[in-house]
Design a binder for this molecule. Sequence first.
Ligand SMILES: [Zn+2]
Length: 187
Amino acid sequence: MNPKSLRLYELNCIIKSSFNLFRGVAMPIQANKVVSVNYTLKDSEGVIIDSTANSPPFAYISGSEQILSKLEEEVSGMIIDSRKNIKLTASEAYGDYDEKDVQQAKRDQFPEDFNLEVGMRYVANSPDGKHMPFVITEISDNVITIDFNHPLAGKNLEFEVELVDIRDATAEEMNHGHVHGPDGLHH
Ligand SMILES: [Zn+2]
């Protein structure tokens, strides 16, 4: 269970470089590049789960585990301005659904001012400091059923990806561990 969100960051300031060296050349994307993509994510029934259709491209730093590794591997073989349909099995994407990640908690384990409602999403902090998102799936008198599975666990996914741009990550971006500029963080 290692949930990774595609959209980890908000958008930001303008540091646009004109790094076009890879335009038209098919070669694997090296580490420490800022890779910008447009994408539409669908489940196996064709239902759209997420899309950049109404937003700027999504950008990530290559080689730093910011997106699903199988997805990154597939994008790495693309050339700029090309499109690719990338199908991931559940285990290549957000993992198989695991019944063991469904747990029962007692009402008094939650803070008193918690709004306990089926469908509410919260994040628990594990003893080693990890953030563990969960959703409340059932509420009975004193037992709250919570599910730590990623919302997309058990789903085969299809990404339609357009590779928009590749440029070197700046030293500052490498320091911060995220992308700055129009497709990244503004700060
Ligand atoms: Zn930063």
